[in-house]
Design a protein. Structure first.
Length: 459
């Protein structure tokens, strides 16, 4: 009889966590965490908070890059997972039609009534891969358009529509694609006129830099695409399920009805990886055109009972607890209080976003003294000032945040959707203290100098 004791294993080996990663996993991750001073050890988590071994609490304003929409260890999701494990279902037989996937699909589609069917995979990038394949099959065309600075995933297909050169370098050749600027309808129409475009994939609010599609853009883009018999794909992997104050971010604009919608992250409840691609009936029927093609697109762990149970529990909480309305109200409170500080701090250039997806952008100061320090940092590495703000938020105020992309002077706030006024007060007070210190030439700049030295030593 195998004797496996997880608690004992963790107790015996947890102290080796960084060494294990250095030896067996991505060896650059521990180096990066130590360089930034993020090599902390968290003992437990609940809701929007972590605790370390000394019992200090940390406010989570990152939510695992949006995965923890309901916070960590939500009791309803936990119970659903206990229940499905205890049920000992005959799962993943591959030759039956279990009820949970159908029930979750029904629940998801209720929030986008113009769509008809769902494919379940295991992640956001798989949801995007599915949408790309379905769009090419449905239209018979090879090329997919994406927007500059987009992030749609890191597998080969989704990487083809990733607007960040640093992620793409060294992994070509990729699928035929073309980047257009978010909001540029002229560029979109020019590419569509070539007649080989299957779809445009777009994040209604881009995660990189937190840039929202301009008012009217999605509706106008949809009309152009339909005229040229191409599809609109909405990537809602990060923005969906209430993040921006509507169930889907595309719903901010009246009349927008994407042909395919990708979701993941928060649908998992923070426990079981899951992704979903929602689409129109005719697209699915093009893909699964006969019984011979019944398995033409599938996923080994797609629709597994644990993921489906977690997804159903998440949607129940979102609906029953009015999470979307709460995210909208709390997000507006947080954004407005931060925006009010732009007149107070000359390096605070902009505060933007929707719901609980907020970008804080820093820019070149006016005063001569601060301008010299700013120029020094920019010469060393663009994006360093934002990282200098992130560090004291963690070390002095025990708040976890992160920059919204490499070489960007933008911090992205994507906290659990369950935060309230108490968390807003804590973050605004901490951010104000850090910005006061930065404008007075305090310890924030000392951290910047240390960071530049450490980065240089680690190259």
């Amino acid at each position: 009889m195998t004797r496996f004791d997880l608690a004992a294993l963790l107790e015996d080996r947890s102290a080796e966590r960084y060494a294990l990663h250095e030896r067996h996993l991505n060896h650059q991750l521990p180096r990066m965490l130590r360089t930034l001073g993020f090599d902390k050890v968290y003992e437990r988590a609940e809701g929007a908070y972590f605790w370390d071994a000394e019992g200090n609490d940390y406010l989570d304003m990152l939510a695992g890059f949006g995965v923890m929409g309901l916070g960590r260890h939500h009791p309803v999701v936990r119970k659903a997972l206990h229940d499905v494990l205890d049920a000992q279902l005959a799962d993943l037989t591959r030759f039956d039609c279990p009820p949970l996937p159908g029930l979750l699909a029904e629940r998801l589609l209720a929030h986008s009534p113009h769509l008809d069917r769902v494919f379940f995979g295991n992640s956001g990038t798989e949801a995007v891969e599915t949408a790309l394949k379905f769009a090419r099959r449905a239209t018979g065309r090879p090329r997919v358009l994406h927007c500059d600075h987009a992030f749609h995933g890191l597998t080969a297909g989704s990487l083809s529509v990733n607007g960040e050169k640093g992620f793409r370098d060294g992994f070509g050749p990729l699928l035929p694609d073309t980047a257009v600027a978010l909001g540029d309808l002229t560029a979109l129409e020019r590419e569509l006129a070539r007649g080989d475009v299957a779809a445009l994939i777009v994040e209604p609010v881009q995660g990189k830099g937190v840039h929202e599609a301009p008012p009217g853009y999605l509706r106008a883009a949809q009309e152009l695409l339909r005229r040229h018999k191409a599809l609109l794909i909405a990537d809602e992997v990060q923005t969906g399920l209430g993040r921006t104050g509507d169930f889907y971010a595309y719903q901010h604009e009246e009349g927008v009805e994407p042909d395919l919608v990708c979701v993941a992250k928060a649908l998992s409840g923070g426990y079981v990886p899951v992704g979903a691609t929602l689409g129109r009936d005719w697209i699915f029927k093009k893909v699964y055109s006969s019984m011979d093609r019944v398995l033409v697109h599938s996923a080994s762990f797609g629709s597994n009972a644990q993921a489906m149970a977690a997804g159903l529990a998440v949607l129940s909480v979102i609906e029953d607890d009015q999470v979307v309305a709460g995210a909208r109200a709390t997000g507006e409170l947080l954004r407005s209080r931060l925006a009010a500080l732009t007149d107070r701090y000359e390096m605070l250039a902009d505060v933007r976003g929707r719901g609980l997806m907020i970008g804080i952008e820093f820019g070149r100061p006016r005063s001569l003294k601060l301008r010299g320090r700013w120029a020094m940092l920019q010469a060393a590495r663009k994006g360093l000032f934002a990282q200098m703000v992130v560090a004291p938020l963690l070390h002095r105020h025990r708040i976890l945040t992160q920059v919204s992309g490499d070489h960007l002077e933008v911090i992205k706030l994507i906290p659990p959707l369950i935060i309230g006024e108490r968390e807003v007060d804590r973050f605004v007070a901490a951010f104000t203290a850090v910005m006061d210190d930065a404008h007075q030439g305090g310890l924030v700049w000392d951290f910047g100098r240390r960071l530049m030295k450490q980065a240089a030593a680690n190259r």
